[in-house]
Write a protein that binds this ligand. Structure first.
Ligand SMILES: Cc1ncc(COP(=O)(O)O)c(C=O)c1O
Length: 221
């Protein structure tokens, strides 16, 4: 749970008042979301997660749940194989299941095996920074193994960085950041959210798309 009893309500109200006083914000926003917010997220990802993202790759969504929904619609069709980490977030299963894809659970232990032993799939959904609900973090070598698996099988990885801000232990770069250091072609789609750091009713999340997927994403959305 977000610590709502600690939420700085007065400061929030002041910010909302300032924002609402700006008439330009009453105009409709670009399809991908407010430009300044996307720039701020791109800067934040560079500083905190080791991700290099151009703001044009960042799309604002209604929570990371909507990001997952839009990505699933873009990538998946009936009977595609999808690996979803277990235990994991039920909402991920529900969204992927809607596409008619076949879901196979993959345990935390199995995520750490050699790429050739991991089943082939079109998409892997994973929370490497902080597993939901157990809270553990996937180490560097396991992350590199997952990237190698995606590369070998030409699969996509959906990196759900839901509450990475609360991970304990050594900070590890996001899968996407590691991938950018290793591979020219990006197979990681990154989602983030402000549900835990601000408050869940805000419904503010985002997705970072590989550049090749930006156009198809908007064609499908
Ligand atoms: C692992 C995980 N991913 C995604 C979500 C959905 O987050 P959002 O509120 O941004 O839609 C949750 C919500 O609890 C979650 O636990």
């Amino acid at each position: 749970m977000a610590a709502l009893d600690q939420f700085p309500m007065q400061a929030w109200k002041r910010c909302v008042n300032v924002a609402q006083a700006s008439r330009s914000l009453l105009q409709s926003a670009p399809l991908a979301g407010d430009e300044l917010l996307r720039e701020a997220i791109a800067k934040h990802l560079l500083m905190r997660r080791g991700i290099q993202a151009d703001p044009s790759q960042v799309v604002i969504t209604s929570g990371s749940q909507e990001a997952l929904y839009l990505v699933s619609r873009l990538l998946l069709k009936v009977d595609d194989e999808v690996l979803v980490e277990a235990p994991g977030y039920q909402g991920t299963y529900d969204v992927v299941a809607q596409t008619g894809a076949r879901i196979q659970s993959i345990s935390w232990q199995a995520l750490q095996q050699q790429p050739e032993n991991t089943p082939k799939a079109k998409l892997l959904c994973v929370t490497p920074s902080r597993n939901f609900p157990l809270g553990h973090t996937l180490g560097l070598s396991s992350r590199l193994t997952l990237l190698a698996w995606a590369e070998q099988n030409q699969s996509w990885i959906l990196e759900d960085d839901f509450d990475c801000e609360f991970a304990t232990g050594p900070v590890v770069s996001a899968l996407l950041g590691l991938s950018q250091n290793q591979y020219a072609y990006q197979r990681v789609i990154y989602t983030g959210t402000f549900s835990r750091t601000v408050f869940p009713a805000l419904r503010l999340g985002y997705v970072v798309l590989p550049t090749e997927l930006i156009e198809p994403f908007f064609d499908t959305a």
